[in-house]
Design a protein around this ligand. Structure first.
Ligand SMILES: [Zn+2]
Length: 213
C-alpha cells in the first residue's frame, strides 16, 4: 500500500494519504461528513497565529478520528516569528500530541539542535516524523538515534534514505506532482527491496483505523 504520509493536495489518488489542512479547511472538514485522513497544526511560519482560541480549535479537531496527526509543526530558522515563540507553540503541540496520542508531522529547517533538545526534554511516547527530509546522512543518523522518524519526498539524499531503518521510513508527496507510487519506487530501489517492504506508513494508518472504530 502506497501511503502518502504528508500532502497538501486533495487528490483523487487511489492511495491513502494524510492531507494537511489549513485552519479554514480544518474547520470546514470538521463540520462536514467528508471521510479521509487529515492533519492540522501551527506551522512555524504561522506560530504568531497561536492564541487560546486558535489552540482550542486545534484541540477540537485533533480529537476527531479523521485527524490522525498534528502538524505540520516545528521550527524554522527562516520564519519571521522569533525562535522563542516558535518553541513555545511547538511545545504546546508536543503536549497535545501526547494527550490525544497522535504523532507529530514535523517541519524543521536549520533548527535540528533545538529540535533534538526538545525531544530529549519531553521524551514523548508519540512518533515524531520529520517530513521532507533532504539532509545528509550524518544529520539523519543523529535524528534517527534520537528516536525520530524520517519522511522522504521526491527530493532526498540517497545515502540518508539508505541508512534509515524501514520502521522509521515514511514517504510523502507534500507539494510534489510526482505520484506517490513513483516515489515509493525510487526509495525501494535505494533500499534494495520491493515497495511492499516500505511498510511504516501502512502500519501507522492501520493503527488509526483500529483506534477510530
Ligand atoms: Zn508540507
Amino acid at each position: 500500500m502506497f501511503v502518502d504520509i504528508h500532502t497538501h493536495k486533495s487528490s483523487n489518488s487511489v492511495y491513502p494519504a494524510i492531507r494537511n489542512l489549513t485552519f479554514v479547511e480544518a474547520e470546514n472538514l470538521f463540520l462536514s461528513n467528508e471521510k479521509g485522513l487529515f492533519s492540522a497544526g501551527f506551522h512555524p511560519w504561522h506560530a504568531d497565529e497561536f492564541s487560546a482560541n486558535s489552540f482550542s480549535n486545534l484541540e477540537k479537531w485533533v480529537n476527531d478520528n479523521r485527524f490522525v496527526a498534528i502538524g505540520e509543526c516545528g521550527l524554522d530558522k527562516n520564519s519571521q516569528v522569533s525562535l522563542e515563540k516558535q518553541i513555545l507553540v511547538f511545545e504546546k503541540q508536543i503536549s497535545l500530541s501526547e494527550e490525544v496520542q497522535k504523532p507529530l508531522i514535523i517541519h524543521c529547517v536549520g533548527c535540528f539542535n533545538e529540535l533534538l533538545k526538545l525531544k530529549k526534554e519531553h521524551n514523548p511516547h508519540q512518533r515524531w516524523i520529520i517530513h521532507g527530509f533532504r539532509g545528509k546522512p550524518e544529520l539523519a543518523n543523529q535524528i534517527l538515534n534520537s528516536g525520530c522518524s524520517l519522511s522522504f519526498g521526491e527530493h532526498f539524499n540517497t545515502e540518508s534514505v539508505f541508512i534509515t531503518p524501514l520502521d522509521k521510513l515514511f514517504i510523502e508527496t507534500d507539494e510534489s506532482s510526482m505520484p506517490i507510487n513513483e516515489i515509493f519506487n525510487l526509495i525501494s530501489k535505494i533500499k534494495g527491496c520491493n515497495t511492499e517492504a516500505l511498510y511504516a506508513g501502512e502500519t501507522l494508518i492501520k493503527s488509526f483505523s483500529i483506534v477510530s472504530k
